[in-house]
Write a protein that binds this ligand. Sequence first.
Ligand code: PMP
Length: 288
Amino acid sequence: MKIYLDGKFVDQADAKVSVFDHGLLYGDGIFEGIRLYQGNIFRLDAHLERLEYSAKALMLKMPWSRQEIAEATCESCRQNNLTDGYIRLVITRGVGDLGLSPWLCPTPSIFIIADKIALYPAEHYTSGLSIVTVPTRRMNAAALSPAVKSLNYLNNILAKMEARQAGALEAIMLNDQGYVAECTGDNIFIVHKGEILTPAASQGALKGITRDTIFDIAKEIGVPIREADLTRYDVWCSDECFLTGTGAEVIPVIKLDGREIGSGKPGAITQKVLAAFRRRVLTEGTRI
Ligand code: PMP
């Protein structure tokens, strides 16, 4: 596999960063997870826009233009003869000393890994996921905004470990007020009385690129959609529930905390959304 690293393509074995890189020492950096479908990168511009937002939030000045990063992303797919896959684009603060000070890191690093995708097992897309609520709360935006896709993912990792210990593949994280924020690596939606509802970013949700796509799909299929404050009761008592993410795409949820949601089967609106999503990824996108 060829990895793009600071302007060059290198073999996987040579794709190394310094132990003094603050991305490694402090999680000081940002990233994007992007999908490639049949030679088209899905919503590349939206990913790069979010990357720029994250960079700005961390006062990380990127010395590359959006066009340069886009070109390096496409080239990473071409170099690896990929037509379908998952692209991890990472920017670190770069090499500094052992102190926190980002201003002592003069040059940010960029690397891009274009690889195959490991999805949730296929049967969950037809039979639905059982998920749990975990005790670890989503970080407060006043500490570190969940809207920043930073390399500091311990909050989500701790929640993911709790999910696994409870025998679930994904978990709901509540914010510090007890409202549903999102899942450890996915956004969450419910269907209630024919309406699609999802927590706002201000409740601790990442502004997912797939989440944005669901708003477009809802318009396309004529189902009302809006942001709403959701409690666990709202999810337990919803008619349908599904999760979205670049890796997960659209995946139905049939149980939360051992309680059946709706009929206990993937719902009709969820299935419509999933089908529309699968159509959309094949027609939208940047040709590599
Ligand atoms: N929430 C979190 C915490 C995430 O890490 C992700 C990305 N895996 C998402 C939501 C979904 O965002 P996107 O649709 O942009 O992949």
